[in-house]
Design a protein around this ligand. Sequence first.
Ligand SMILES: [Zn+2]
Ligand SMILES: [Zn+2]
Length: 189
Amino acid sequence: MQSKVGKCPKCGKAVVDRGSFYGCAGFVKGCDFSIGKSSLSHLGHPTITPKEMRALLKGSVQLSFKISSGIERLFWVELVQKASKFLPQVDFTAGIAAESLGSCPVCGADIVEYPLSYGCSKWEEGCEFAIFKDSIKKFGGKMLTKKDAKELLKNGQIEVKIRGFDKKMKKVNLLLDSEFGCRMDFKNR
Ligand SMILES: [Zn+2]
Ligand SMILES: [Zn+2]
């Protein structure tokens, strides 16, 4: 039996659980409202449960997101209308932790952790400074940790290991860069 999880924001009919997604019972009359259960999986929330969907249809819900191995945090999610489609939108503006990791080299505001980066808390006001966690991954390096970000912001550089052309791991300096977040120092090794 298909269970009802709430009221369709487009047409007011029932939204029902259809296995892999939640869809409007009024689809035969042309309502295309549907939300995939795995629509937030790429952000770290694998499945939207019926209980969570019920709350989402009422406005907003706090869901847990896996932000790195073993670490989960709660974020508010709400249904947002974009053109004729409704999509669940996650509010990452508060950052992952309220903890400041240092000062932004561009504007001086706090740097906080976001799902993919350590970035400026004033990004809504236009500051785009961010150190991406995977900055050195394409060079065979590890994901940058919170500790790395703190040290980088404090000292302007850290030592990291990347894979060289000879496939061996080698140490290089990673420098703080106000435009790119960070960059490798190939001159000085
Ligand atoms: Zn509908
Ligand atoms: Zn800033």
